[in-house]
Design a protein around this ligand. Structure first.
Ligand SMILES: [Zn+2]
Ligand SMILES: [Zn+2]
Length: 294
């Protein structure tokens, strides 16, 4: 982590019963607007899921407010330093589910979820021969970085996971240890709950997610290959702080190792693709010749 930068980025969630989520959302929006933070914060009757950026003073004030809040105290924040805002706008929204899922049951991670492993425990479990490692994110997130040996889920959005699990995880996996991970931990709270519901017996999740694993002083991101996709203007962040850090993505045009994403300049296409700086210039950020001629 760098030091003494003027801005900070907070990433956090908490599962807690919210009695009147619409009202809490309206209050939260008012407070955030006044304070001047930017980002994306979702509130439902299940709790809060947020990421926001602001000056050091603004983010300190945000955390102080939250620590006084009857529902949102005791949150563990993942904090990054930054040179400026990493969001263009502020969204504070009420949602029916914190993590949207296409599933016949409403999951409540407060009631049932997978075992939580610390970065050190997760690092140890990763090295077992019999373990099945499931990336709890989308395919494009996996493509620029993932834990070594993890299965790439062919999902473009989280709600496709229940169907993917039924079709892709072998029957004999039901008695094997399964490890899941995601960016900050919230998706795994739900994903491990679904896995348990589907009959998998030994299910564990990385507590605090990939970003916490990358900051851990003992494991230092070891066994993570590539970068971690993030949903803000940075697009990706480094995780592995050992000498084994590698680039695993490939430029869509020339195939050389690259982990930066761009969106196709043809707005009707807008396809997210990995692209090196030279190819971005050469193709004017278009994903294909068709788009270039558009
Ligand atoms: Zn290229
Ligand atoms: Zn295109």
């Amino acid at each position: 982590m760098t030091e003494n930068k003027p801005y900070r980025i907070l990433l956090y969630y908490k599962y807690v019963h919210v009695e009147n989520p619409e009202q809490v959302t309206a209050e939260h929006l008012r407070f955030c607007k006044q304070l001047g933070v930017k980002g994306r914060i979702l509130i439902s009757d299940q709790g809060i899921n947020g990421t926001c950026s602001g000056t050091v003073e603004q983010t300190d004030a945000y955390r102080a407010y939250m620590n006084e809040h009857p529902l949102f105290k005791d949150i563990i924040y993942k904090i990054d330093d930054a040179d400026g805002h990493v969001f263009k706008k502020l969204f504070v929204r009420h949602k029916n589910e914190l993590v949207t899922l296409r599933y016949n049951k409403k999951m409540d991670p407060n009631v049932r979820t997978g075992k939580r492993l610390s970065p050190k425990e997760f690092h140890e479990q990763l090295q077992r021969d019999d373990v099945i490692i499931v990336d709890g994110r989308n395919d494009y997130e996996y493509d620029i970085g993932h834990f070594r040996g993890a299965i790439r889920p062919t999902v473009e959005s989280f709600r496709e996971f229940p169907e993917w699990i039924r079709k892709n995880l072998p029957e004999d996996a039901k008695n094997k240890p399964i490890l899941t991970y995601c960016t900050g931990g919230i998706r795994c709270e739900t994903l491990t709950a679904v896995l348990l519901e589907e009959g998998f017996s030994d299910v564990a999740q990385l507590e605090g997610g990939i970003v916490t694993y990358g900051k851990d002083e003992e494991v230092k991101g070891h066994l993570w290959d590539g970068k971690c996709y993030v949903f803000d203007d940075r697009i990706s962040v480094p995780i592995n702080r050992t000498e084994e850090d590698v680039i695993i993505g490939k430029c869509h045009h020339c195939g050389k190792p690259e982990d930066r994403y761009v969106n196709c300049a043809n707005v009707t296409c807008d396809k997210r693709h990995i692209c090196c700086e030279e190819c971005e210039a050469e193709h004017q950020r278009h994903c294909s010749e068709e788009c270039k001629g558009h």
